[in-house]
Design a protein around this ligand. Structure first.
Ligand code: RIB
Ligand code: CA
Length: 325
């Protein structure tokens, strides 16, 4: 089993990503760290606990990190994720859940010094930049770093060119990409180019409810708001679930294809938060990122549904044509 820290800002799609991760036997989620993003960090902590409680996994520790971006004003995404950050499902808070005194960065340093731990980052990279400030060596000992964030050729979701995680805290994202460049390392960037292809449709949701009413109804509860948001703003029936793809790709990198490139993050001006991917090697700089550009959508859904519902993937394969009509 590969040990992994999931740094996230739950958040509806972060919650679906946590469900996939915690139902996948290939990975051992040694802890969850919370960063301000979709939700303020204390709300994100409570939401992570709600998801862990639903999964019967309150054994997984949750630590809280940054409550705001490095430089910019904090801008949440509650307009997309609802007033409770979980699709206005308004699930009961898990009782007796105090925020630990140990911080996200302290936990990350502890775990990463074991030298067999990876990081999946599903929110702004503030906690990772803070980790670099405190202990760069610990950050660089991460075996693998996968970040849901950025975009190469697909339009942004916070500006024509910027994706939320890197737009909300571009300074931290820049520090992470530059530190990787300076140390000859790469992160795997799972950006909007591929995550926009992962759309939870009413048919998929209905199918999940038919096979596993408990899981289906939980997903329905936390995504209804998201469906409404997507209809209103993107005029699609369904909702793009970005974060689960980063987890799926960490589990099986055959799911996606891409290319290595030097990437830098714009921290000011009209294109603030843009991930500038040097796909044509203009800057003649070694790659610090692997940019995902293609994804096997069918393979993702079969993995996601078979894991979250605990159902043989052969059953889902058989039904697949009907599901993804
Ligand atoms: O832009 C999409 C990303 O920003 C997702 O991780 C979503 O949860 C938000 O954090
Ligand atoms: Ca997220």
């Amino acid at each position: 089993m590969r040990r992994v820290i999931i740094d996230c800002d739950p958040g509806i799609d972060d919650s679906l990503a946590l469900m996939l991760a915690l139902k996948s036997n290939e990975i051992d989620v040694c802890g969850i760290t919370i960063v301000a993003g979709n939700s303020p960090s204390d709300m994100g902590f409570r939401n992570a606990k709600k998801v862990l409680s639903f999964l019967g996994r309150l054994d997984v520790p949750v630590y809280v990190g940054a409550s705001k971006p490095r430089v910019r004003e904090y801008i949440n995404a509650l307009d997309t994720h609802g007033r409770d950050g979980l699709g206005e499902s308004f699930l009961e808070d898990v009782p007796n859940c105090e925020i630990p005194t140990k911080t996200a960065v302290e936990f990350m340093i502890e775990e990463l010094s074991r030298k067999d731990t990876s990081i999946i980052a599903l929110g702004p990279l503030t906690n990772l930049a803070d980790l670099i400030d405190v202990n760069t060596k610990a950050f660089l000992s991460a075996v693998d770093i996968v970040s849901m964030g950025g975009t190469f050729k697909s339009h942004g979701n916070c500006s024509p060119v910027a994706e939320y995680n890197y737009w909300e805290d571009p300074d931290s994202a820049k520090i992470v990409f530059n530190t990787l460049f300076e140390n000859g390392r790469k992160l795997k960037m799972v950006g909007l180019d591929v995550t926009r292809k992962i759309v939870l449709t009413p048919t998929i949701l209905e199918y999940i409810c038919r096979l596993d009413i408990k899981t289906g109804e939980f997903i329905r509860k936390i995504t209804k708001f998201y469906f409404d948001f997507h209809w209103e703003w993107e005029h699609i029936v369904g909702c793009v679930i970005n974060d689960p793809l980063a987890v799926a790709y960490f589990i099986d990198d055959e799911l996606g294809k891409g290319f290595e490139a030097f990437t830098d993050i714009e921290v000011q001006g009209i294109s603030i938060g843009q991930s500038v991917v040097d796909s044509m090697n203009f800057y003649k700089k070694p790659a610090n990122s692997y940019i995902l550009t293609d994804v096997d959508v069918k393979k993702f859904w079969i993995m996601f549904m078979s894991r979250v519902m605990n159902i043989d993937k052969e059953i889902i394969e058989k039904d697949f044509e009907m599901i993804l009509k």
